[in-house]
Design a protein around this ligand. Sequence first.
Ligand SMILES: Cc1cc2nc3c(=O)[nH]c(=O)nc-3n(C[C@H](O)[C@H](O)[C@H](O)COP(=O)(O)OP(=O)(O)OC[C@H]3O[C@@H](n4cnc5c(N)ncnc54)[C@H](O)[C@@H]3O)c2cc1C
Length: 432
Amino acid sequence: MSKITRRDFLKIAGATSAAGVLGHIPLAYAAKHGMSKGSARVVIVGGGFGGATCAKYLRRLDPGIAVTLVEPSSKFITCPFSNLVLGGLRTMDSITHSFDALKKKHGVNVIHDTVTSIDAAGNKVKLKSGKTLAYDRLVVSPGIDFKYDAIQGYSAKAEEVMPHAWKAGPQTVLLQNKLKAMKNGGTFVIVAPPNPFRCPPGPYERASIVAHYFKEQKPKSKILILDAKDKFSKQGLFEAGWQKLYPGMIEWIPGNKGGTVKSVEVKKMILDAEMAKHKADVVNLIPAQTAGKIALTSGLADDKGWCPVDPVTFESKMHPGIHVIGDSSIAGALPKSGFAASGEAKMCASAIVAMFKGEAPPQNSFVNTCYSLIGPKYGISVAGVYNNTDKGITSIEGSGGVSPKDAPDSFREEEAKYAFGWYESITADSWG
Ligand SMILES: Cc1cc2nc3c(=O)[nH]c(=O)nc-3n(C[C@H](O)[C@H](O)[C@H](O)COP(=O)(O)OP(=O)(O)OC[C@H]3O[C@@H](n4cnc5c(N)ncnc54)[C@H](O)[C@@H]3O)c2cc1C
């Protein structure tokens, strides 16, 4: 029997792999899909909840995949807990996360730049710096953008006077400073957006946390919520909490009672709602929303401004080879939340790994819990469990639910603790 030396073995192994597999992708699959020679390349647009999680989990599932994440900001500031910054309960620093772990621990190539166009036919993206990146699969997670023209008189420029603070960062600081400068006895108006929008309970948590700040610092002040909708997430729980903690301070005007704001006079701080004009000292105008701009300009969105995707793989229904996750996607019954974006990112990562291997993507299911703080020791939540049916991503009947209505204070305090725990664990999962 002839002996095989270590050298012979390496030669044979090398030849086999060159014939059959190319950096974790079967060659036949790679050829059929016109893929690159070398390891599989995934480019990700956006380093938020969806993009950062997808980058990390792709590398964990298959370290042979070259993952490049493009994100303009050098650090990511989370919207979750930015309402607490407005109430002076957290600092901006405490909601700011670096990309170091993605780079150093998980081997993601993080490029701080902006994707300005996507060439879906040529499998490449162009960056603001002029660079071009080629990909085998592209994941797009750019969050949301605003319909500035939905309210007459509002504009991108007007957000300096009437901040939305619906993307955390300078807008959060601007709104916080305006609230700090407001006189005791002033009126703070929140204009809540129509559906669908990022973080359904967010505007009402914001009203609660600002009320907490007012109660301590400016107790004669009022909060008015002008809403385009007739109902909102966890409404009964919010209203009971407001009654208990801030009686008479928060007024909510729904769409069917004239809450829809049609136009604004920015300089005069006047909001023209359907049945009355309202004068404010500080305005937080949260405009109607669409998918992130790059998704719109790349033809990934439908005529309503959101991106239709396959519910199993999150591959775009408009452009094959491109996946859309997070707030920009139409993900069935899943809300536009950081928790949902993170789940979609993991499912999308496993689908991409399977597709590279020529295997069927795994069936998926999701959970989502949205905690809201009505006060620092008063938490409430809504939870859901979802799976894929022939109707897409659907809530499983009888699963999830909201916090009990008549819970004791100790229960609300426990839920507030869970909210803080949730924040620590999801941010460590995405950027740690
Ligand atoms: C006040 C508030 C409170 C919230 N609280 C919660 C909460 O308690 N729990 C929860 O689950 N969710 C919460 N959310 C919702 C959560 O923030 C979003 O659902 C989540 O951020 C969506 O993730 P994403 O990846 O789609 O977008 P994002 O996290 O916004 O990330 C998008 C990223 O893409 C980048 N980007 C955009 N365009 C480009 C481009 N062309 N090139 C490169 N990069 C680009 C952006 O810079 C950004 O960093 C809250 C939201 C708000 C506003």
